[in-house]
Design a binder for this molecule. Structure first.
Ligand code: AKG
Length: 334
């Protein structure tokens, strides 16, 4: 684990620390040279990058299922009919709902393999909990079995259909207990330019209930304006990240939920179920009512290829160990 993964102190708030981190990891940022040029972003790949700067660039098209023509285009898509009927139904609901549920997508055997891999990696100290004490980040980098899950062809086909382009697994987060994370959109953690080019696939590694902190979400919330650092008083300055910027974000999202009177839903998952959500769908983890219980899960975040990816609050560009060069098309687009 890197220094910043565990560290919770004051240095986290200085942008210069991230610039240094970027310089040390310069190889993981090379893909941005081309992307910055392509999107006419005139800045160093090592410097901070923010939604405020990107908002000054020319507007870019949204992913196809985020456009007003999405339903029409879906009806006309030849590719849609290649999915099983129950997945077709869910894909048709995507533009309105912003999520889909794949029941028993992974077998118990695969879920058990993921659980035992995580136990093994923890025991061998190859992975650990990060500064939140709840999240095991990037475990897939240490396990071929986990990597195979990320690259499950049927899953990639659905994700690539939704975004209409190739996707790249960026990170995994494994939880042993409920996250209790407040409502948020992943776009504050993994922002893209153009917006909307991220998907999450959350896998239940055991059944979830209110007792062990089931996932919750707000159907349709992905169609609301994105809330990024420029949209609330984050307190950030040229040199520093604002104190409690993330807490302030959570308050802002709470006020959006109240103003829009969004209706919360819980996802009571069965082991092996997969929940795929849109980059801007508000979601989180319910409070854990019985702290003795585990709630094992793994979420995989996929970015679309060839978009700018960064963390908006800390203004850090995303690091990729290897960025795919060639288009590895999983299917022919219509
Ligand atoms: O697993 C959970 O409870 C929430 C996970 C989550 O919010 C996320 O990965 O963005």
């Amino acid at each position: 684990m890197g220094f910043l993964d565990k560290y919770t102190g004051k240095l986290r708030s200085y942008k210069a620390v991230y610039v240094l981190h970027n310089l040390i990891n310069y190889k993981k940022l090379q893909h941005n040279k081309l992307l910055y040029r392509q999107f006419q972003l005139d800045k160093s790949i090592f410097g901070p990058i923010s939604s405020e700067q990107l908002a000054q660039l020319p507007p870019q098209p949204s992913p196809w299922l985020d456009r007003p023509t999405a339903l029409q285009e879906l009806q006309q898509s030849k590719k849609l009919s290649t999915f099983p009927e129950h997945i077709q139904q869910q894909l048709k609901a995507w533009p309105e709902q912003g999520y889909l549920i794949l029941q028993k997508f992974f077998s118990d055997e695969i879920a058990d393999t993921i659980n035992s891999e995580i136990d093994r990696l923890l025991q061998q100290h190859e992975v650990g909990f990060n500064y939140t004490n709840k999240k095991i980040m990037f475990a897939f980098k240490h396990s071929e079995a986990l990597k195979n899950v990320l690259y499950t062809p049927e899953l990639l086909q659905i994700l690539q259909f939704i975004l209409g382009r190739q996707v790249i697994p960026f990170q995994t987060i494994n939880f042993l207990k409920g996250s209790e994370q407040k409502a948020h959109s992943d776009s504050i953690h993994m922002t893209t330019y153009p917006l909307g080019n991220l998907l999450a696939a959350w896998i239940a590694l055991e059944d979830t209930t209110l007792e062990n902190g089931a996932l919750f979400y707000y159907p349709g919330s992905h169609t609301l304006p994105y809330v990024l650092s420029k949209d609330f008083d984050s307190g950030s300055t040229t040199f520093r990240i604002g104190d409690n910027a993330y807490k302030k974000y959570e308050h802002k999202i709470e006020s959006v939920i109240q103003e829009q009177q969004l209706q919360k839903k819980n996802f009571f998952a069965k082991k092996g179920d997969v929940f795929i959500w849109h980059a801007n769908l508000l979601h989180g983890g319910n409070p854990v009512l019985n702290p003795q219980l585990t709630r094992k899960s793994m979420v995989i975040h996929y970015y679309a290829k060839d978009v700018i990816c960064y963390h908006d609050i800390t203004q850090r560009p995303a690091h990729f160990d290897t960025y795919p060069k060639a288009e590895l098309r999983m299917f022919d687009e219509d």
